[in-house]
Design a protein. Structure first.
Length: 702
C-alpha cells in the first residue's frame, strides 16, 4: 500500500518495538503473579481450614457419642463427623502428594505437593499421627453401617476419643506449622515477583523516555522543515493571481486556499465550507445543479479526465457578487478542474478560479465596436441605393410609426380584450413599417420589424396578459429608435457631400419620386422564395400626387405585391406544369378617372384565389363554427383574406403567415373614403382594384 522510509524511522521503530515487548512482558508477568498469588492464597486458606477441621473432628466425635440412642440426632452427628473426616483426610493427602480437594465453595481445588522443608516435615509427622487416627474412624463408620449396638459403639468411641485426646493438640500444632510455612512461602514468592515486575516497569519507562527523546528530536527537525514548506506554500498562495482551492470527496472546500480566492468571491472565509453553499449565491440554480453533477463526475475514477474537459459548465460563467456594502458586481469567472490522485485513487479536486472580467469586457467592447462598424457599413450599403428623398421620407414616417407604437404601449388597459386590441393596433403599424422597409431593401429594418411581429404573435397566443408582458416590446422599440437615429445621422452626413435643390414644389413634382423600390421588393421576395417574377408599372411616374396620397399608394402597392409573390405566383416548376411561362408577371396600373378619383390596379397571372383552401383554413383556425363556414359563399370566403390574423400560408416566414397586412390596407382605404374590389379566376389571375378620392387634382405629365 505504501512504502516506509525505514532508514529515517529505524531508531523509533526499534524503540517502539522494544517498548511494546517490555510492556507485553510486564503485562504477562502481572497475569502470572496474579495467578500465583491466587493459588498461594487458596493453599493458605485450605491449610488454615485443616487446623479448624482437626478440632472440629473432636467436637463432632463427642456430639456423635452423646447422640447415641436418639436416631435423628445420631444421624445428624454421624453425617457431620463423616464430612469433617473426609475433608481433613482428602486435603491432607492433596498437600502431601498433590491432588484435588473440595474448596470453601464446594468446588474441586487443585493443590501442588508441598516441597518446602518445614511443610514437608510437618505433613509427614501429621500423616504418621493421622494413619491410626483414620483407621479408628473407618472402623467406627464400618461397624455402624453393620448395625452394632450402642454398647459396642461406646467401646469403639472410647478408644478413639482416648487417641484423639492424646494427639489432638499435636495435630493442631502440625497444621499450624503447615499454614505458617505456606504463608511464608507465598510472601517470598510475591516479593520476588514484585521485584521482577519493578525491573520490567523501570525498563519500560526508560525505553519510553528514550522513544520520547528520539521522537521529539525528529519532530523538531520535521517541524522546521514543515514550517519552511508551509511558508513557501503560503507565499505562493498569497501571491498567485488565481483562486486556488481543493474539493474533498465529501464536497467541502479544503483548508488551504489562495488569498486571491477570497477577493474573487468577496468573502472572508471558504475553508471547510460545502462547495454548493459557496456557489449557490453567485450562479443560477440550474448552473449550480449542473456544476455539482460535473464535480461528482470528476470523482468517478472510471471516467477519464481528458473526456471531462469539454463538459465543464463553469467556463466563462457570469456571476453576481455582493460587496461589503451589499451592492452587486458582475464578474466573469473561469473554473478549471484537475484531479489530485494518489496510487490511482482520486483524493481531491484542484480548482483554479480565474477572474476574466477585464478580458470579457474588452471582448465585448471589441465586439460592440465591430458590430457598430458592421452596422454603419450595413446602413451605408442599404441607403446608398435608395433615393435620398424617398429615404428621408421613410425615416420621417418611421419616427411617426414608432411614436404611435409608443403611445399604444403607454395607453393603460384593464382587460384581456383591451390588451388584444392593443396588440392588433401595434401589429398594424409595425407590419406597415416592415413592408416599407422591405420595399426599400432596408433589410436591417425589416428584420427588426419581423422580430417585433414575432413578439406580438407570442403575446397574442397567451391566455392571460398583464402590463409587464409588454416590457420586451418597449426594449425592442428603443432599439428601433436607436437604429433609426443612426440611419438619420448617416443620411445627413452623406447629404453634406451631395448637392440637392430644394423648392416648394419638391413634394409635388412626381418626376422626382422614385418607384424603383417596388421592383427591388418583388425581386427580393421572389428570390427568397425561389420564384421568377417580372413587375410592370404604368402611371406611377405619370401622375402627380401629394405626399399623403403617394404614401398611401406606396403602402397599398407594397402589401399587394407581397401578397401576389407569396400567395399568387406559382413556382417555375408549377407554372410549367400548367403550361405557363416560368416567369410570373405582376402589373401595377395607376390612372386618373374622369370623376377625379385615383384608381390603382394590381394584377398577377398566378393561381388566383382558391375558395376551397380558404374554407379549409377557416375550419382549421377554429374561429368560426363548421356550419357557419360551410354556409359561406365564395364572396364571403374571399372576404377572409382581409380578416386580421387570417392567413393561408403553410408556414410562418418573413414574407407571410401572420395574417397581418391585408386588413391594414382595407382599413386604410376605407379610412380615405376609397373602395376595394377583388376579381380572380382560379389558375389564371387575381386582380385588386382600389379607388381613392384625389385631394389634389391629378395632372398628366406633358
Amino acid at each position: 500500500m505504501f512504502k516506509l522510509d525505514y532508514g529515517k524511522y529505524k531508531g523509533i521503530i526499534i524503540s517502539v518495538a522494544l517498548f511494546l515487548l517490555l510492556d507485553a512482558s510486564v503485562l504477562m508477568l502481572n497475569f502470572y503473579i496474579s495467578f500465583e498469588i491466587a493459588e498461594d492464597a487458596n493453599s493458605v486458606n485450605l491449610a488454615g481450614r485443616q487446623r479448624m477441621l482437626s478440632q472440629r473432628m473432636v467436637k463432632s466425635l463427642y456430639d456423635f457419642k452423646e447422640s447415641l440412642g436418639e436416631i435423628d440426632e445420631e444421624q445428624r452427628a454421624l453425617t457431620e463427623l463423616k464430612l469433617t473426616y473426609n475433608l481433613f483426610d482428602r486435603t491432607l493427602t492433596a498437600f502431601a502428594e498433590g491432588g484435588t480437594t473440595t474448596g470453601a465453595d464446594n468446588q474441586n481445588v487443585s493443590l501442588e505437593q508441598i516441597t518446602t522443608a518445614n511443610g514437608a516435615e510437618a505433613l509427614k509427622t501429621a500423616q504418621d499421627i493421622w494413619t491410626p487416627y483414620s483407621s479408628r474412624f473407618q472402623e467406627i463408620f464400618s461397624r455402624y453401617d453393620q448395625g452394632i449396638n450402642d454398647e459396642q459403639m461406646q467401646v469403639l468411641l472410647a478408644d478413639l476419643m482416648i487417641y484423639a485426646k492424646a494427639n489432638n493438640l499435636e495435630l493442631l500444632k502440625l497444621m499450624n506449622i503447615l499454614t505458617v510455612d505456606l504463608e511464608q512461602y507465598a510472601a517470598s514468592k510475591a516479593t520476588r515477583l514484585r521485584m521482577i515486575q519493578t525491573v520490567g516497569i523501570s525498563l519500560a519507562v526508560l525505553n519510553f523516555l528514550l522513544i520520547m527523546f528520539h521522537f521529539l528530536r525528529q519532530l523538531r527537525e520535521s517541524d522546521v522543515k514543515i514550517e519552511a514548506a508551509r511558508k513557501e506554500t503560503t507565499d505562493i498562495l498569497n501571491t498567485v493571481n488565481e483562486g486556488l482551492f481543493l474539493i474533498r470527496p465529501d464536497m467541502t472546500v479544503g483548508l488551504q486556499h489562495s488569498r486571491q480566492l477570497l477577493d474573487i468571491f468577496g468573502i472572508d472565509s471558504v475553508a471547510a465550507q460545502p462547495v454548493e453553499r459557496l456557489l449557490k449565491d453567485i450562479i443560477s440554480e440550474k448552473d449550480l445543479k449542473t456544476a455539482m453533477g460535473f464535480i461528482e463526475l470528476l470523482f468517478n475514477d472510471r471516467i477519464k479526465e481528458k473526456l471531462t474537459g469539454d463538459l465543464n459548465p463553469l467556463q466563462g460563467i457570469e456571476v453576481n457578487i455582493a460587496d461589503q456594502s451589499g451592492r452587486y458586481h458582475t464578474k466573469y469567472l473561469n473554473f478549471d478542474f484537475a484531479r489530485v490522485s494518489n496510487q490511482g485513487v482520486i483524493d481531491e479536486i484542484l480548482v483554479t478560479v480565474t477572474d476574466i472580467t477585464q478580458q470579457v469586457n474588452l471582448e465585448k467592447e471589441l465586439a460592440a465596436s465591430k458590430a457598430s462598424s458592421e452596422q454603419q457599413m450595413e446602413m451605408l450599403t442599404s441607403i446608398l441605393h435608395a433615393n435620398p428623398s424617398v429615404l428621408k421620407a421613410f425615416v420621417q414616417e418611421a419616427y411617426k410609426n414608432f411614436e404611435r407604437i409608443n403611445d399604444e404601449l403607454k395607453r393603460p388597459e384593464k382587460g384581456q380584450y383591451q390588451y388584444l386590441d392593443k396588440i392588433q393596433a401595434i401589429f398594424t403599424i409595425i407590419h406597415k413599417f416592415k413592408g416599407e422597409a422591405s420595399a426599400l431593401n432596408l433589410d436591417r429594418f425589416a428584420a427588426m420589424a419581423h422580430d417585433f411581429e414575432t413578439s406580438l404573435t407570442n403575446l397574442r397566443n397567451r391566455d392571460k396578459l398583464t402590463g409587464n408582458d409588454f416590457l420586451d416590446l418597449a426594449v425592442q422599440l428603443d432599439k428601433l429608435f436607436s437604429y433609426t437615429d443612426a440611419v438619420q445621422q448617416l443620411v445627413e452626413r452623406l447629404a453634406q457631400f451631395s448637392e440637392s435643390r430644394k423648392s416648394d414644389k419638391a413634394s409635388l413634382l412626381q418626376s422626382e419620386r422614385n418607384w424603383d423600390h417596388l421592383s427591388h421588393l418583388v425581386q427580393t421576395i421572389s428570390t427568397r422564395q425561389g420564384k421568377k417574377i417580372q413587375l410592370a408599372t404604368c402611371g406611377l411616374n405619370e401622375n402627380l400626387l401629394d405626399d399623403d396620397m403617394a404614401n398611401m399608394i406606396n403602402n397599398i402597392c407594397i402589401q399587394f405585391l407581397r401578397n401576389a409573390v407569396s400567395h399568387g405566383i406559382e413556382s417555375p416548376l408549377e407554372r410549367q406544369r400548367q403550361r405557363k411561362s416560368p416567369t410570373g408577371r405582376i402589373d401595377i396600373r395607376l390612372v386618373n378617372l374622369n370623376s377625379g378619383d385615383i384608381e390603382l390596379t394590381v394584377e398577377d397571372d398566378g393561381q388566383g384565389i382558391d375558395c376551397n383552401v380558404l374554407r379549409q383554413k377557416a375550419l382549421e383556425s377554429g374561429r368560426w363554427s363548421p356550419d357557419l363556414v360551410n354556409s359561406w359563399s365564395n364572396r364571403q370566403l374571399i372576404g377572409l383574406i382581409f380578416k386580421p390574423g387570417f392567413s393561408t400560408a403553410e408556414k410562418l416566414s418573413e414574407d407571410a403567415g401572420r395574417g397581418i397586412g391585408m386588413d391594414v390596407i382595407k382599413q386604410q382605404i376605407q379610412g380615405a373614403g376609397g373602395k376595394l374590389s377583388v376579381a380572380h379566376r382560379s389558375g389564371r389571375f387575381c386582380r385588386f382594384t382600389v379607388t381613392i378620392p384625389q385631394t389634389i387634382s391629378a395632372q398628366v405629365a406633358a
